[in-house]
Design a protein around this ligand. Structure first.
Ligand code: C2O
Ligand code: CU
Ligand code: CU
Length: 503
């Protein structure tokens, strides 16, 4: 019997251990968990029609975190995580967890070279949390590791300095032990943009963040807990939101070019985005601009946690749809959701924009990391074993589940390493590393190697089923750093490890 069939016949006895187990118990109190059912099975909690979300409002700007510093070169602010409510659907208040009462959280925007000091208050009742600065080169003890929890009711100051060359599109989210997935799907995530001192992209293109999250609402308007199917496959919500809105509208004049920063802040949804007929130029990845624009693209693929910077030319008047296409990335059990969705509309009006200035052919240089002196191999596996009470499911790296008190790898700061990530499992797993940006080198599948066509800084990369990816990695700061699958339910179930970087 193959693995998938085994899962199906054994579902009733499926056992999940660790932090997830507690959530599952929680969940079954509401009498809604039948593993293997559709990913929306949590909805059974409250009978009645599911709320519909209003669509078509003008795209809003993300709220901003105010800088209270008195002088230049500094960013000082306060940020609070606490319960809040949002009116996603007409007349229904949805309880969420939020940074400063908003989901997505406020946009943090700083400039390269800034000294950042953010005083964080955890006002989540009975829950510890942290803030992880996803992708940013911050010291390990400021990076919101699960080993550094901020207890419920406590405050802490996060401080770091953003070096020259770190301009890029990052994000921030909680990273407490065993509760990251839930805190994120309940609303805790926000964009963090580091601007360069001199921006090579013409200001006339604008700079619009599109922060994607996905939401599932029960009939009573609440956000249901993760089901067994969510834990196995990663939670895919029912509504893709852009800056917290369902299918908003952006109105632009014909002939204009726009710069967008795309953030996939969903727990587990792969986004395959296109702007209809409009041509897309890729200018940046997770860690900032590419060396040269990549023109003529039709789709932008973003695995959970990935970001991209693009320029779209809106030449013709008319209505365009920013659409996500459905692609199968592996699914256990029945009920794989159709992830196709229209996520935003762009109304291109007939009034002509002024002729936009051209994009320069060279955006910046990206350093050559040189020859690796260390090679490592990480293997992703999904395992099932018989345990007391039934089947036990594991999401593992090199055969083991995450242990906060274990160091899995030891690296030396400043040394270039080659990391080979092999996915031996049935689902795609987006690999993410803390503390630095890496450079993808090549991918391999069925013995065929494809070189990565251009140099880019990345902190998250999808590793498809049966694929191996190779990356050049250099950590510049000592300390403990996590690496994990960024399907947050998989991270929670153990697909994470620790690298200790020594000076
Ligand atoms: Cu975006 Cu370890 O996280
Ligand atoms: Cu991270
Ligand atoms: Cu995964």
């Amino acid at each position: 019997m193959n693995r998938r069939e085994f899962l199906l016949s054994g579902v009733a006895a499926l056992v999940i251990s660790g932090p997830a187990a507690a959530q599952m118990q929680d969940h079954s109190k509401h009498g809604m968990d039948m593993p293997g059912m559709s990913p929306g099975d949590g909805k059974m909690a409250a009978p009645g029609p599911l709320p519909t979300l209003p669509e078509g409002a003008p795209l809003r700007d993300l709220p901003r975190l105010a800088n209270r510093a008195s002088g230049p070169g500094r960013f000082e602010a306060e940020l609070t995580a606490r319960p809040a409510t949002v009116r996603f659907a007409e007349g229904i208040e949805t309880p969420i967890l939020a940074y400063d009462g908003e989901t997505p959280g406020p946009l943090i925007e700083v400039t390269e070279g800034d000294k950042v000091a953010i005083r964080f208050a955890n006002r989540l009742p009975g829950e510890e949390t942290t803030i992880h600065w996803h992708g940013m080169p911050v010291p390990a003890d400021q990076d919101g590791n699960p080993m550094d929890p901020v207890l419920s009711g406590a405050d802490r100051l996060y401080t770091f300095e953003l070096p020259e060359g770190s301009a890029g599109s990052y994000w921030y989210h909680p990273h407490p032990h065993g509760r990251t997935a839930e805190q994120v799907y309940r609303g805790l995530a926000g964009a963090f943009i580091v601007k360069p001192r001199q921006d090579p992209i013409p200001a006339a293109y604008g700079d619009t963040p599109l922060f994607f999250t996905d939401l599932r609402l029960a009939a009573d308007g609440s956000i249901p807990a993760n089901s067994m199917a969510d834990l196995m496959n990663g939670r895919v919500g029912d509504h893709v939101l852009v800056n917290g809105q369902k299918k908003p509208v952006l109105t632009l004049p014909a002939g204009c070019r726009r710069r967008f920063r795309l953030f996939n802040a969903t727990n587990a949804r792969f986004l395959h985005l296109n702007f209809g007929e409009a041509p897309v130029t890729l200018i940046g990845s997770d860690g900032g601009l590419l060396e040269a624009p990549v023109t003529g693209l039709r789709t932008i693929d973003l695995a959970p946690a990935e970001r991209a910077e693009i320029i779209v030319a809106f030449d013709q008047p008319g209505r365009l749809v920013l659409r996500a296409e459905d692609v199968d990335h592996g699914w256990m059990g029945p009920g794989r959701p159709d992830t196709a969705a229209d996520v935003m509309t762009i109304d291109v009006t007939a009034d002509k924009a002024e002729q936009p200035p051209p994009l320069s052919a060279k955006l910046r240089s990206i350093v050559d990391l040189g020859q690796p002196v260390v090679r490592r191999r990480l293997e992703f596996t999904e395992t099932m074993s018989m345990g007391e009470g039934g089947m036990k499911m594991g999401f593992l790296i090199n055969g083991v589940a995450f242990d906060m008190n274990r160091v899995d790898l030891v690296a030396k700061a400043g040394q270039t390493e080659l990391w080979e990530i092999a996915n031996l499992a049935d689902m795609d797993h987006p690999f993410h590393l803390h503390g630095t940006q890496f450079q993808p080198v090549e991918t391999e599948r069925d013995g065929r190697v494809s070189k990565t066509p251009y140099r880019a800084w990345k902190d998250t990369i999808n590793v498809a089923r049966g694929q191996t990816v190779r990356l050049l990695v250099r950590q510049d700061h000592p300390g403990l750093r996590m690496y994990h699958c960024h399907i947050l339910e998989h991270e929670q179930l153990g697909m994470m490890g620790v690298v200790e970087v020594r000076a």
